[in-house]
Design a protein around this ligand. Structure first.
Ligand code: G3H
Ligand code: 13P
Ligand code: ZN
Length: 333
């Protein structure tokens, strides 16, 4: 058993409570490799922002679970080396799909896990989530559950169509499972294609496509049912047009990629939404940078010369999210 506290990590309990009170959200950035981890830690340390290092089942297999544990431990040491006196870093399993996977993560140094039973019939979701909570809480590991289904593919948990969270179910779910936070579905989805152009309208001033509104009424209803309970928003990448354009300019093909406008996320961060998940934007930043270098410097073959700039671009992106979208800067000295 590797306890996360021995790795210098923290769970989400206290940081979520502070975030709700303070009207900001904690960034949950997915990572798969060293450059993403370096960029996340550098951004969080420079901005003194609590941060959630988020790992999917696929990322865990990609990076190797043992190596990952040492990477997280190294991340804490690196943060301190950067002058961050009291790093608030969570290692979180994203979209856990079984009790066994959650247990394995808890046994190997994760401080927080998500059990995603959103695709299951309600009673089965309750039973599975409760089973994970009962195990996790023995080790003071926090648990995120999910109610309502996001559109698209959720890390091997597939759902053809989204179903908004039913506010009538949230009290029962939170009480019976004992989960520490709840991911809800209000119209966001994973990946770079969150909406089709046909679903959007065009802003006459900027010419930009504006997606259909998120179901903030559902969020409001959930908050009324569970005052002060930590809410999580998945699928919160904004898909910056400049990255999409750069990718397409340098040989990529991402037609009509559309994300969530940042001002909508800012509004969510001010509410009980205290964890905002971002993965795709970092993938876009990395891909755009690497594509540009490959196209403009065809003689370059030192990975540090293209992964280094990609890392710098991701750091810029993470800082922007922390300061301008989530408002978590300065919240962990
Ligand atoms: O929600 C899904 C995350 O973006 C992780 O994606 O399964 O490709 O690592 P992944
Ligand atoms: P994006 O694909 O919008 O970045 O969402 C990531 C996510 O929700 C991870 O769980
Ligand atoms: Zn997700």
């Amino acid at each position: 058993m590797v306890n996360y506290k021995d790795l210098g990590l923290v769970n989400t309990r206290e940081m979520f409570a502070k975030a709700i009170k303070g009207g900001y959200a904690i960034p949950a950035f997915n990572f798969n490799n060293m450059e993403q981890l370096q960029a996340i830690i550098k951004a969080a340390a420079d901005e003194k922002s609590p941060v959630i290092l988020q790992v999917s089942k696929g990322a865990r297999n990609y990076a190797n679970p043992t190596l990952l544990r040492y990477m997280a431990q190294g991340a804490v040491a690196y943060a301190k080396e950067l002058g961050w006196e009291h790093p608030q870093i969570v290692l979180h399993l994203d979209h856990g799909d079984s009790f066994e996977l959650c247990k394995d993560c808890i046994d190997n140094g994760f401080s927080s896990v998500m059990i995603d039973g959103s695709h299951l019939p309600y009673e089965e979701n309750v039973a599975l989530t409760k089973k994970v909570v009962d195990y996790a809480h023995q080790y003071d590991v926090t648990v995120e559950g999910e109610l309502g289904v996001l559109a698209g593919v959720e890390d091997e948990v597939s759902a053809e169509h989204h179903t908004y969270t039913d506010p009538e179910e949230v009290i029962d779910f939170a009480t019976r499972t004992g989960c520490d936070s709840l991911a809800i579905s209000i119209g966001t989805s994973h990946g770079a294609y969150k909406f089709t152009p046909e679903q959007c309208t065009r802003d006459p001033k900027t010419g930009k496509l504006v997606p259909p509104p998120l179901a903030f009424d559902v969020l409001d209803a959930v908050m009324k049912k569970l005052p002060g309970f930590p809410i999580v928003l998945h699928g919160s990448s904004s898909v910056p047009q400049e990255y999409v354009d750069e990718i397409n300019e340098y040989g990529g093909k991402l037609p009509d990629a559309i994300g969530i406008p940042e001002e909508w996320l800012r509004k969510a961060a001010e509410s009980a939404v205290c964890k905002i998940n971002i993965d795709s934007d970092s993938r876009l930043a990395m891909t755009a940078t690497v594509r540009k270098i490959f196209a403009t410097k065809p003689g370059e073959f030192d990975p540090r010369k293209y992964l280094g700039p990609a890392r710098d671009e991701m750091e810029k992106l993470y800082k922007h999210k922390i300061v301008n979208v989530l408002g978590s800067d300065g919240k962990a000295q």
